[in-house]
Design a protein around this ligand. Sequence first.
Ligand code: 5GP
Length: 236
Amino acid sequence: MEKGDLLYEGKGKRVYRTEDPEALILEFKDTATAFDGKKREELDEKGRINNRINAFLMDELAAAGIPVHHRRVVSDTESEVKALDMLPVEAVVRNVVAGSLARRLGLEEGTELDRPVFEFFYKSDELGDPMINQFHILAFGWASREEVDRMIELSFRVNDVLVPLFEAGGMRLVDYKLEFGRFRGGLVVGDELTPDGCRLWDLSTGEKLDKDRFRRDLGDVLEGYREIGRRLGVDL
Ligand code: 5GP
């Protein structure tokens, strides 16, 4: 498949057109960013590791019947995906209190939640991705009521697949972010599923293996990512 024009460049990825209008190439960059791009570093190999982990997790979701945009890995750092019409929202699922939930409600990080929490955020770097709810989504026409319900349903189905998968590798899936887009009339999980967009803690020690190592200067970032890959059995 021929890689065409650069369609979009984000902080961690580039998106290219292909000769097929229904297919795009997603390139995972080595760049790590945090705090809306204010902290930034090049991490050799991050793109390759994230491409592998993303493909593995997306394939697991697809095998469980969850619609995903991932089609196949096409190079070390690139994958072919379905061309989605992305919704301007982020869906976050939390199993344990951490990050912005801990700050917002003054809770201790690591507190187990009796049941998973679902949150919507509006995708806007300038505004720092503010938290919103479904009334905002409907009022501003960002998605239909059916799409809102479907995002919530799919996000929890993703949780049901990923929690035991990570647990089998001795990891707690603390929280994660999903993005959705429209494809041939239905909603599909888009963007990426990598340690950049989820929190993963070692089940016994609580060691952070994900991007919080970068955000909070907790040590070798890529070693954490490699460890996640190894524990999942991903061929890195
Ligand atoms: P929090 O709201 O606590 O900052 O993030 C909750 C979860 O969603 C974390 O796993 C975090 O990595 C992920 N997340 C939220 N917003 C973003 C984002 O804009 N980019 C990425 N890569 N992950 C995000």
